[in-house]
Write a protein that binds this ligand. Structure first.
Ligand code: IDP
Ligand code: MG
Length: 140
């Protein structure tokens, strides 16, 4: 195992319901450390670029609209196996398939409004962290 960093986003459905603290407790209780965090309103251009890999999917326009429908909390999480560990803590994309105790099982409203984003691999984690954070904003 190695110490990794991953990008996390607390999505607008969760900030709207004031769930930032409850979601952060899941990360911390799960062994991850929040080493950077900022609450922002994404622009349409930022959301489209961030989710560019999904541009051809039928849900792309809805996803972009949802991601700019309110503030998000951008975070860098650090810990042993942080990328996979965070995906475990988040649960499956569709909350109907998410395991008990996961963020998406407890808090997600739908497959789209599923409360959190987490990077899926080392390369995407590095790209996604650099997309939103300067190195000086990450303090281990
Ligand atoms: P992930 O967030 O679990 O990595 P991805 O397949 O990368 O899932 O999809 C990115 C985001 O797009 C999801 O978190 C969700 O918000 C949205 N999404 C994925 N699949 C669907 C769908 O079938 N309908 C609507 N939105 C979807
Ligand atoms: Mg994904």
């Amino acid at each position: 195992m190695a110490v990794e960093r991953t990008l996390s986003i607390i999505k607008p459905d969760a900030t709207r319901r004031n769930l930032t603290g409850k979601i952060n407790a899941k990360f911390e209780d799960g062994g991850l450390r929040i080493v950077a965090q900022k609450r922002v309103q994404l622009s349409k251009a930022q959301a489209e670029a961030f989710y560019g890999v999904h541009r051809e999917r039928g849900f792309f326009n809805d996803l972009v609209s949802f991601m700019i429908s309110g503030p998000v909390v951008l975070q860098v999480l650090e810990g042993e196996n942080a990328i996979a560990r965070n995906r475990e803590i988040m649960g499956a994309t569709n909350p109907a398939n998410a395991a008990e105790g996961t963020i998406r099982k407890e808090f997600a409203e739908s497959i789209e409004a599923n409360s959190v984003h987490g990077s899926d691999a080392p390369e995407t984690a590095a790209q996604e962290i650099a997309f939103f954070f300067a190195g000086t904003e990450i303090v281990a």
